[in-house]
Design a protein. Structure first.
Length: 257
């Protein structure tokens, strides 16, 4: 059985994510290798210490299973509260089989008192499953930068580029009633005219999280003044939560979240 764990760490505040349930582990195909938290965690805690680019079902002790068949004893009972589903991979990545997604969403629907959180860089695929996602759910994506050209040049990821994610999140806002959130993490260099402000004003997310690179990856980042200005402008749109890892850029500035 794949257990539900209490949320820990700096990914989100415990006030937003109370539990994590990750029935799938392994690579989602986006290859965000420069800063992939799940890859680092897998290599640190799994028995084989070797990251797999192929998604697979997880056992309760985070071991890689010998094949990709669901060999666990059963899905766990999910608690009341906010549950981040598949926090160690991307449930809606192109290399996740359709029946796996339906099986996981079907299980979530058995717990109407729970509130589910799904985050994906492949936002367009969510539209194939809108009728299966439980109504009290949060849908989110990561938009690290508004500079899609720089993003592709630096080969940050094979995921759909930031503009693609913005456009699909905007469509979710227009066509659904789900609560939406955006993570700007790790925040990277922004365009001079800060298109990201316009993007997020059109998405109208219910929450924005801003975080910095925690892995010493030497990514291009905004300056302290640019980040402060961005935070203030985004606060005019919605609630903004600035994560503690931004102190490296902001210095001694007090974070009022």
């Amino acid at each position: 059985m794949m257990p539900v764990n209490k949320a820990i760490g700096n990914m989100f505040g415990n006030w937003f994510v109370e539990y994590c349930w990750s029935p799938l582990v392994g690579g989602c195909g986006h290859r965000c290798d420069i800063y992939c938290y799940a890859k680092r965690m897998y290599e640190k805690y799994s028995d084989d210490r070797k990251w797999s680019d192929k998604p697979h079902w997880a056992s309760e002790n985070f071991k890689k299973m010998p094949d990709t068949d669901p060999v666990w004893k059963g899905f766990p009972k999910l608690p009341k509260g906010k549950i981040f589903v598949c926090h160690t991979t991307d449930l809606f990545a192109e290399n996740i089989p359709d029946d796996w997604i339906k099986e996981i969403l079907g299980h979530c629907n058995k717990f109407p008192e729970s509130e589910f959180i799904y985050q994906t860089r492949n936002v367009g695929r969510i539209f194939d499953y809108l009728d299966l996602i439980p109504p009290p759910s949060w849908l989110g994506t990561t938009i690290e930068t508004d500079d899609s050209i720089d993003y592709q040049f630096l080969e940050i990821s094979k995921a759909p580029d930031p503009f693609h994610r913005y456009s699909r999140m905007k469509r979710l806002r227009q066509e659904t009633d789900f609560k939406l959130f955006i993570t700007i993490e790790p925040i990277m260099h922004l365009t001079e005219d800060k298109e990201i402000i316009r993007w997020l004003s059109e998405i109208k997310p219910d929450l924005i999280f801003i975080g910095a690179d925690s892995g010493k990856n030497n990514l291009p980042e905004p300056s302290r003044d640019e980040l402060i200005e961005l935070i203030e402008e985004l606060k005019q749109i919605t609630h903004v939560h600035v994560k503690s890892n931004c102190k490296r850029i902001l210095g001694n500035m007090t974070l009022h979240n």
